[in-house]
Write a protein that binds this ligand. Sequence first.
Ligand SMILES: [Fe+2]
Length: 436
Amino acid sequence: MAPTPLRQGVPTAIAAFATLAAVVGTLSYLDIPSLLTQRKEAKKVSKARYNPNDTPSLLAFKALVEQDTLPSTYPLASSIERNIPIYDARSLNLNDAKVVEEFQDEVFHILYHGPGVLVMKNFFRDLSLIDAANSAFTAIINREAEAKLSDPAYFGTTKYDKTPNAWISNSFSKLCLQDPETFLDYFSNPLFPVICSAYLGPQYKITAQVNAVRPGGKPQHLHRDYHLGFPSREDVAKFPKQMHELSRLLTMQGAVAHADMPAESGPTRFLPYSQGFGEGYMATGREEFKQYFAENYVSLPLEKGDALFFSPGLFHGAGENVSQDVDRIAHLFQVSCAMGKTMESIDTHPLIEATYDLLAGMQGKEGTEQQVDAFVQSVAEGYPFPSNPDKRKPVPGSKGPESEQQLLRRALSGKWEKAKLMEELTSMRVACQAST
Ligand SMILES: [Fe+2]
């Protein structure tokens, strides 16, 4: 039997549809819609700033955050739990440049477009290193408590009023000066530059703090972090809208668990995808957003040595420690892009002085290139500005002067004595000062 012929209009409709799809595809490929939007915006002045009295749309916020993280989006992740990608350092081969590149693509995507937070299991595999750091932190906490340098009340005391919570500002410098060897081993972890540069580019700067929350420790309020997470809503609103977007790109938050953190100890609560909410800094203080956060946050237990990294724009807050006997000890990191200002200042010279001989010894051993490189990027300043162009000339092949990191690398490869390096670093610092 002969096949039934198609009705005459059907092929025409299919052809028209194919033509339309091709046109739409071409426009989309050439990004014509956004080019047209740009041209339209170029002709019309719109509000540069948010109005602090306007109420951000909770409906729009829900549309953003109520989505699922798909395992297929992050093939290198070992699992997705409560919308958060979980990686395992044991299965990431950092000697494979292709793996590193793909992992960095995933990290950037997670923090910018995706759920905004990732967990790295076994960030530190040698837990004796965590123990050594904890011993140094305890010595620092005791010393500062005796000198009444830190104010535990600032971070809340426990409801049992037994032992106050503990806090160390600038633990980065203090750990180095307390125990240089542990500091070297800790910050030569090659995962630091892989993750930090994935989001912030090269020349990032690490600052760090220790937070120990005892049983009974209260939860934190919902917030975003430094920079724009700190001022009042009225002051935040003085910044143009694009600066709100920029703020979350200039730093990255991180934390290493220095003790097991079961759910009852109150690991940090997150609302995945909320970092992408444009009006986020205007919204965290509002009751309806606080309530939504309280009803929808997720948190994950961590084991000692695990790390997590998240966008400072993510809606989050530390949980409540309702355990009877778990001290939730976290080493917190705030990593800053070279083009931003860090929250804490770090004097690199004493740190380099305390670790240079140890670092030179590490470099002398085979197979330590990644560790040495990671440590140089942590301990010394990678950005050569602010500078004084009258006194400091560009290095060959660049329009900028030499950075501390470049100088430290020259010292290591030239096998300089420490005294010579420190002299050069001092000369560099003096030459950077403004002419008057
Ligand atoms: Fe925070």
